[in-house]
Write a protein that binds this ligand. Structure first.
Ligand SMILES: CC(C)(COP(=O)(O)OP(=O)(O)OC[C@H]1O[C@@H](n2cnc3c(N)ncnc32)[C@H](O)[C@@H]1OP(=O)(O)O)[C@@H](O)C(=O)NCCC(=O)NCCS
Length: 199
């Protein structure tokens, strides 16, 4: 059974990716309480009680041990120490070595490639230490910033599902992206595709 137990923090060019802590509450609330941030994600604007509950439960996990686990990690800006977002990796299937990623960024830090850089680090964990075969991202149609992000990550647009989810009171479609381990290896081969740098 594959598992994932990273050494923290995971360092990228500009970021530290690491577990969330109670000290992050204010920074988390700064964006997770915003309507505009929650529009296309499966949670609603959070208050401090909701953040505290998450910090005690699913966000307290530091590793992936078994199918069904998810790992939510904070995205910290190295130069200031500010917590600017969070990313999540779901381990869906041990048999199929399948997982999924998701992302949320404080809009105050949008437009600098930080989400791309953090997700890239998460994909490294997914295909590296966890040894996944296939990682998907499911983006609600209309979420144009996330569609661009998945494209930037080199993920393949595999399907546009029409009206497939009853989401926050309405039927919405979804664009499904995926990367398989061969794609990842090709993209990171010397001279190939994305290279090893964040884009
Ligand atoms: C989706 C989301 C994370 C995208 O944020 P973002 O700031 O656009 O993404 P990045 O941090 O990767 O920045 C990329 C932008 O910075 C620009 N950029 C500047 N420097 C860059 C660099 N060094 N590397 C990459 N992009 C860079 C890019 O051109 C891009 O701008 P564009 O989309 O206008 O072309 C953000 O909109 C968000 O949190 N949305 C709400 C949560 C959500 O809907 N999540 C979906 C879960 S499926």
């Amino acid at each position: 059974m594959p598992d994932l137990h990273p050494s923290y923090p995971i360092r990228t060019a500009r970021l530290l990716i690491r577990p969330l802590a109670a000290a992050d509450t204010e920074d988390l609330l700064a964006y997770r309480s915003m309507e505009q941030v929650c529009r296309y994600v499966p949670f609603y604007p959070m208050d401090s009680a909701a953040v505290a509950e998450k910090l005690k439960e699913s966000w307290a996990r530091r590793m992936i041990r078994a199918e069904g686990d998810s790992l939510t990690l904070g995205v910290e800006l190295a130069e200031s120490g500010a917590l600017i977002g969070d990313v999540v990796l779901f381990f869906h299937s041990s048999e199929h070595r399948g997982g999924e990623i998701g992302w949320v960024l404080n809009p105050a830090y949008s437009g600098f490639g930080y989400a791309t850089e953090a997700c890239h680090a998460l994909l490294h964990l997914a295909f590296g230490q966890l040894g996944l075969h296939r990682v998907v991202a499911r983006v609600v149609e209309g979420n144009s910033a996330s569609l661009r992000l998945a494209d930037r990550l080199g993920m393949r647009r595999e399907a546009h599902l029409i009206s497939n989810r009853y989401f926050k009171g309405a039927w919405v479609g979804e664009v499904d992206f995926a990367l398989v381990e061969d794609d990842w290896a090709t993209q990171h081969a010397p001279g190939g595709g994305l290279g090893d740098r964040p884009r």
